[in-house]
Design a protein around this ligand. Structure first.
Ligand SMILES: *[C@@H]1O[C@H](CO)[C@@H](O)[C@H](O)[C@H]1NC(C)=O
Ligand SMILES: *[C@@H]1O[C@H](CO)[C@@H](O)[C@H](O)[C@H]1NC(C)=O
Ligand SMILES: *[C@@H]1O[C@H](CO)[C@@H](O)[C@H](O)[C@H]1NC(C)=O
Ligand SMILES: *[C@@H]1O[C@H](CO)[C@@H](O)[C@H](O)[C@H]1NC(C)=O
Length: 547
């Protein structure tokens, strides 16, 4: 049985106000746009194919080293020489940059081996680990440890670190603080970072062989979500399982997603783990949603219309069944991100075709916001630029969504192509950021990097102009994602248990007592953005460290 609950609202992001102050001081009817796109930088010199936000508010971005010269030079006059490079063997341009959100500036970083279609995750201590890529980068592990913007921290590369080639693999941080690296092109196996010793081997994973659609594959960049029982949810092509990576054993297989349409690269849909809610003392509900992609056979058949269906699966049910829904706009290569409110935003991508060079058309330029509780999709009215293959998106601590990239060509082609390579960065402000909500927006009064411990009580102070009721207040932590190829690796949100809220008359602020997450399976150690959400309006985040 498949339930189908489809509700659409179009253009909820415009509010009609009949009165407003104009420059002449007279009242006039006008349209107030609640959401907005802003152009942050017309060029960061590279196309933001991969993005990771770090706990110092900077975003590491990179594309690939072997498709021509980018529009930014390597720092310090360095160059790369790569005889296997098909585009330019001698390249003095950079293919990675560090973007500072607050100052809205960037500086080039030095990556020497090819990072094309690779994966990443942040260690509990805040260092980004990026794995794999192509050619000279296919077995590389690279680390980036955050530092101040004016300092010169950069990539450190270990070109032969991995036991296998990892091109189109997916990474997930696991409860003990290591990183699991799963799959990659023609790699039906997984391995862990850091490796045990220099001869560490990978473990077989036949599920990836079984779900590979011949040369089209359709199971690359498998969707991984760490479950509260410590196992991994793995979705590849149309199938999904609960996988015990420690014992190398499939614990459970779910029914295939209805419709038979593949959901992974190059038929690129996306997937999300809904917020894990620790508010009540009951068992935590675990639910995922997979949306969009290209229909079966889409890769071989020109510009096939993208898939509009989403499937929700409540993994914590005894016998989970897919609940199918329809997005108002069909979409392939859409990015799904959790907003601080727990709603899901779907941005980027195309209405026809698949991932791959020159393989998509009809950019979908309107964001869609999905409210899981109401099963409600809303099409936002404000459009972005086309963001096709090799675009990405991450949530920022201020609640905006950072969007960049789009390079559907082998080179950086800015002219004579339908969708020119895009070096710009834009930010989307969802309706909740509108100033009209400022009176009920909480402001966290906390310095960054507060340490939270598992099951331990902690306090947070906040101020707010109009506090409505404690029932409308929640404390949430969000792990920043490593986003590439329409999948936000490691993204998760945990809603923490709120114990009390008290008011300090003297300072007119409020103090929350809440509990740290229950286990490392629910929230692996590391840096998270902590948001307060009041009546659907989020604060800006403060960074916290879970240990
Ligand atoms: C990149 O650099 C080239 C050559 O200098 C220039 O023609 C082009 O406009 C630049 N493109 C962007 C998007 O900045
Ligand atoms: C985090 O751990 C890694 C691996 O041990 C190490 O290389 C890195 O320097 C550490 N980062 C910080 C910020 O201490
Ligand atoms: C938690 O429990 C309360 C009281 O039983 C209920 O009203 C509320 O809906 C529950 N919240 C969630 C998120 O399940
Ligand atoms: C893209 O640019 C490269 C290098 O300048 C050129 O060889 C190639 O023909 C261009 N591709 C298209 C589709 O125009």
């Amino acid at each position: 049985m498949i339930n189908s609950k489809n509700t659409f609202i179009v253009t909820t992001s415009i509010l009609c106000l009949s009165m407003a102050i104009l420059s002449e001081g007279q009242a006039n009817p006008f349209l107030l746009q609640l959401d907005r796109w802003e152009m942050l930088l017309p060029s960061i010199g590279i196309s933001a194919m991969h993005m990771q936000l770090l706990h110092n508010g900077m975003v590491v971005m990179f594309d690939r080293t072997d498709f021509g010269t980018s529009n930014v030079s390597l720092p310090g006059g360095i160059c790369r020489y790569d005889p296997t490079d098909t585009a330019v063997k001698f390249d003095c341009s950079a293919h990675s940059v560090l973007y500072d959100v607050v100052s809205n500036t960037y500086r080039p970083l030095n990556v020497q081996t090819d990072t094309w279609c690779s994966s990443g995750a942040v260690l509990p201590n805040g260092t980004l680990v990026q794995t794999g890529g192509y050619n000279d980068g296919e077995r590389a592990a690279r680390m980036f440890t955050p530092c101040g913007y004016s300092e010169t921290c950069d990539w450190i590369e270990f070109p032969q670190y991995l036991s296998q080639r990892r091109w189109y693999a997916t990474n997930q941080i696991i409860p003990d603080g290591r990183i699991i690296v799963v799959g990659g092109r023609r790699q039906f196996n997984y391995e862990l970072f850091p490796r045990h010793d220099s001869r560490s081997r990978s473990s077989r994973f036949e599920f990836l062989r079984e779900t590979s659609d011949g040369s089209n594959e359709n199971n690359l960049y498998p969707f991984l979500h760490l479950l509260p029982d410590g196992n991994l949810f793995v979705f590849a092509n149309t199938r999904s399982i609960v996988f015990d990576y420690k014992k190398n054993r499939i614990v459970k297989e779910f029914p295939e997603i209805p419709g038979g349409d593949p959901r992974n690269y190059p038929s690129s849909g996306s997937s999300i783990l809904f917020p894990l809610d620790e508010t009540n003392n009951t068992d935590i509900e675990v639910e995922i949603m997979v949306c969009g992609g290209s229909p079966k056979g889409g890769f071989s058949h020109g510009f096939t219309r993208a898939t509009s269906t989403c499937g929700r699966l409540k993994l914590s049910d005894q016998n989970p069944i897919w609940e199918m829904e329809s997005m108002p706009l069909p979409r392939v290569m859409g990015d799904m991100l959790l907003l601080p409110t727990g709603d899901v935003i779907i941005v980027n991508g195309a209405g026809a075709g698949t991932a791959g060079w020159e393989k998509a058309r009809d950019p979908v330029i309107q964001p869609v916001i999905y409210q899981p509780f109401d099963h409600l999709f809303s099409v936002m009215s404000t459009p972005s630029r086309p963001r096709m293959y090799h675009s990405s998106a991450v949530l920022l601590p201020d609640g905006r969504v950072l969007v960049g990239g789009s390079n559907p060509h082998v080179y950086y082609n800015f002219t004579n192509v339908e969708y020119p390579t895009d070096l710009s960065l834009e930010a989307y402000s969802p309706p909740y950021l509108s100033f009209t909500s400022d009176p009920i927006r909480p402001k966290i009064l906390l310095t960054n990097d507060k340490v939270l411990s598992y099951k331990r009580l902690f306090n947070v102070d906040f101020s707010i102009a109009q506090f409505l009721t404690v029932d409308l207040l929640s404390v949430r932590i969000v792990a920043p994602s490593f986003t590439t190829h329409s999948f936000a690796m490691n993204q998760r949100m945990v809603i923490l248990k709120l114990l009390s809220v008290t008011r300090d008359q003297l300072t007119n602020s409020y103090r929350i007592s809440a509990l740290g997450p229950s286990t490392a399976e629910i929230a692996p150690p590391g840096y998270y953005m902590m948001f307060l959400v009041h009546a659907g309006i989020p604060s800006s985040a403060a960074w916290v460290q879970i240990e």
